[in-house]
Design a protein around this ligand. Structure first.
Ligand code: AMP
Length: 249
């Protein structure tokens, strides 16, 4: 069984994101980038399935500029067997990424695709869902547990009211939620080994996909600064302020 794991290069989650002075976007110059945290969880789950002899190959794929090779090397150091970079400097929105991933999936014929549930830069939460639709495969989003038996994948997913369990026939697309697992750290020997694993570069233009953006960003702005709190003298004042001044935002 082959598992395809799409991984995105995003601003590291520890970085405080700043809007560019001219409001044209988020400042990326000199900013630390990393693998999207949900994609790390997806890689971990795929590697665990291979370690449990339920999968034979884990292929990581990233769409974006040359620098995404670094993201792919992280996935390889975590245990992915090989990687594919769909290279482009164009701005990619979820629909475009899903189309590129569909083209890769047509070539690779994976039994299972495990995406992250969302990328922490755009928070779109769309790519896995669009990809499943384009591939005509079943999908289970926000997975917190996967149990594979034969060609049936039982997925526990987190929904507003609690947990829901779905059974999917492979091939299928799953998106990983936070509680699916705790990803391993890439050890130094594995980082060294990852440098020798195969990484194929496919120019996005060669896949015959229209990646033109469908959305236009008109302006970016920092959120309003939070106002300072006040100290009340006693409970009576607190109750009075809550009654007369507090608003539901
Ligand atoms: P999004 O729909 O942008 O929130 O992304 C959801 C998931 O789609 C991510 O967690 C990745 O697994 C995958 N994905 C999004 N963008 C890319 C990309 N440029 N390259 C590879 N995978 C991506």
């Amino acid at each position: 069984m082959k598992i395809l794991v799409p991984v995105k290069r995003v601003v590291d989650y520890n970085v405080k994101v700043r809007v560019r002075g001219d409001g044209s976007g988020v400042e990326l110059a000199g900013v630390k980038m990393a693998i999207n945290p949900f994609d790390e969880i997806a890689v971990e789950e795929a590697v665990r399935l291979r370690e449990a002899s339920m999968a034979t190959e884990v292929v990581a794929v990233s769409c974006g500029p040359t620098a995404c090779q670094e993201t792919l090397r992280t996935a390889l150091a975590m245990g992915a067997d090989r990687a594919i970079l769909v290279e482009t400097d164009a701005e990619l929105q979820p629909l475009a990424v899903a189309k590129l991933l569909k083209a890769v999936a047509d070539k690779e014929q994976p039994d299972l695709v495990i995406c992250g549930k969302q990328a922490i830069d755009d928070d779109a939460n769309q790519t896995g869902q669009i990809l499943a639709a384009l591939m005509g495969r079943g999908q289970a989003t926000f997975a917190s547990k996967l149990v594979l038996s034969g060609r049936t994948l039982e997925v526990t997913r987190e929904v507003d009211g609690g947990l829901e369990t779905l059974a999917l026939e492979l091939p299928a697309v799953v998106t990983a939620d936070l509680r699916l697992n705790e990803p391993r750290y890439a050890t130094l020997p594995n980082i060294m080994k990852a440098k020798k694993k195969p990484l194929e570069v496919l120019p996005a233009g060669a896949l015959g996909v229209d990646v033109a953006p469908r959305l236009r960003h008109t302006r970016h702005a920092e959120p309003e600064a939070r106002k300072a709190g006040i100290r009340v003298a006693d409970v009576a004042e607190l109750v009075s302020r809550l009654k007369n001044e507090a608003k539901v935002i």
